[in-house]
Design a protein around this ligand. Structure first.
Ligand SMILES: Cc1cc2nc3c(=O)[nH]c(=O)nc-3n(C[C@H](O)[C@H](O)[C@H](O)COP(=O)(O)OP(=O)(O)OC[C@H]3O[C@@H](n4cnc5c(N)ncnc54)[C@H](O)[C@@H]3O)c2cc1C
Length: 384
């Protein structure tokens, strides 16, 4: 076994650490206050080749491997958790388009995403359900060379400012369940699209919210893949994004652990450094070891993806464990700063608020455990 990153991966890690601490960290808090992720951040990430990098070079991608993509998520999230959402969504949408779209669609869709000109959202969740994602009610009715979309998506990252969305809509009957769902790539500046921004606990910069489709007419060629294949296409995309989310959460927690280690070493109480007390040092020791273990799980899942080996259940495990662990660690870091930790001036509370969002987004821990159980035990462990 070789636990080292390649030289290119180590260079990427150093480059992003330097970029993140210089360019992203200083405005992490103000972007939360202003509810804003400036387009310039998207452009910077695009210039570094981090948006939908799995696209072929002729469409603007650069063939980056998935372990490297994991490094990018971990490093960027250390300095600005929400900037990493831009990588995450561009990668998710980019991978689905790369795998499922035809040549003409790839030529139209991928280059603007890779250049950072089109911020793409992913529209799965509806008001009637997120975990039960196959119960899609958003209607796509065929009308000649077009489809007409009517309905609502909710809880969509970037809903308030995205340019496009890869959206799941029902082209079949409700009885067809997941097999009556198709995927469409829709311009969100089209007539009939409405938006509403949520007031969130964390990740305020990403502008999560609702998307309304009121007789939105889209060309038939905006359907990605065959009719009825949309659900499976989109769900398969989650096979790697779940490990990337794990690494985002771990990156944020690692950063807080490092900062907290420095703080408790310097803070004086009872005649010396606070770090002398096991009640102070043990939570940090536990955090470091547990984060390392969860991080290895995420990189193993991505390595398996790079090598074309099964990794779905590991990825689901990453998505359940890493955000939960990171939230626990960030809470400990906050407490170890005493009253200062409770202040909005320190970043631990913001990282904690941001990480909690991804305990839910992309599927909750319960749903991830169902996926792991099904992989272990078989379809008998399938409750529905
Ligand atoms: C920060 C953030 C970003 C998001 N971004 C996006 C996005 O970009 N695109 C998108 O489409 N969606 C997005 N979502 C939505 C997210 O994917 C859903 O919220 C999530 O899948 C849960 O669905 P729900 O909210 O409808 O909860 P529900 O499905 O109603 O679940 C409620 C509770 O019941 C539990 N539960 C449900 N079913 C079961 C079961 N069978 N067994 C055990 N427990 C169960 C859940 O774990 C949860 O605790 C985002 C959410 C957040 C918080």
């Amino acid at each position: 076994m070789d636990f080292n990153f390649t030289q290119e991966q180590q260079l990427l890690q150093r480059t992003l650490a330097e970029f993140g601490s210089r360019e992203l960290a200083p405005a992490y808090a103000s972007r939360d206050k202003d509810d804003d992720l400036p387009r310039e951040v998207v452009s910077q990430l695009a210039r570094m080749g981090l948006l939908a990098p799995m696209a072929e070079a002729r469409f603007g991608g650069n063939d980056l491997d998935y372990v490297s993509l994991g490094i990018a998520h971990e490093e960027i999230a250390r300095y600005d958790f929400n900037a990493a959402y831009v990588l995450l969504l561009s990668g998710l949408v980019g991978a689905i388009i790369t795998a499922r779209a035809d040549e003409r669609q790839k030529t139209a869709i991928l280059p603007p995403i890779c250049r950072g000109e089109a911020v793409a959202a992913l529209g799965v969740t509806e008001p009637s359900g997120g975990s039960d994602a196959a119960q899609v009610k958003l209607q796509a009715r065929r009308d000649g060379d077009t489809y007409v979309l009517n309905g609502e998506k909710t809880s969509i990252s970037f809903a308030s400012w995205a340019d496009t969305v890869l959206v799941m809509a029902r082209t079949g009957t409700p009885e067809e369940g997941a097999h009556g769902v198709s995927a469409f790539y829709v311009d969100l500046h089209s007539p009939g699209v409405g938006r509403n921004r949520f007031k969130d606990l964390g990740s305020r910069a990403i502008g999560r919210g609702q998307l309304f489709f009121d007789s939105v007419r889209v060309p038939a060629e905006s359907r990605i893949g065959p009719e009825g294949a949309g659900f499976v296409q989109v769900m398969q995309g989650f096979d790697f994004s779940r490990s990337l989310i794990g690494l985002m959460c771990i990156g944020a927690a690692e950063q807080s652990v490092e900062e907290t280690c420095k703080y408790v070493a310097e803070r004086q109480a009872f005649g010396g450094s606070l770090a002398r007390f096991e009640g102070v040092s043990f939570p940090l020791a536990e955090a470091a070891v547990q984060l390392r273990a969860a991080r290895l799980l995420c990189y193993e899942a991505l390595w398996l993806k790079d090598h074309g080996q099964p990794h779905g259940w590991l990825s689901a495990g990453c998505k359940w464990w890493a955000p939960e662990l990171a939230a626990h660690v960030l809470h400990q870091c906050l407490l170890l700063h005493g009253h200062l930790g409770f202040s909005l001036d320190l970043p631990h509370q913001q990282r904690l608020r941001d990480v909690i969002g991804l305990e839910i987004g992309d599927g909750t821990a319960q749903i991830m455990k169902l996926l792991v159980a099904r992989a272990l035990i078989g379809s008998v462990a399938r409750p529905y």
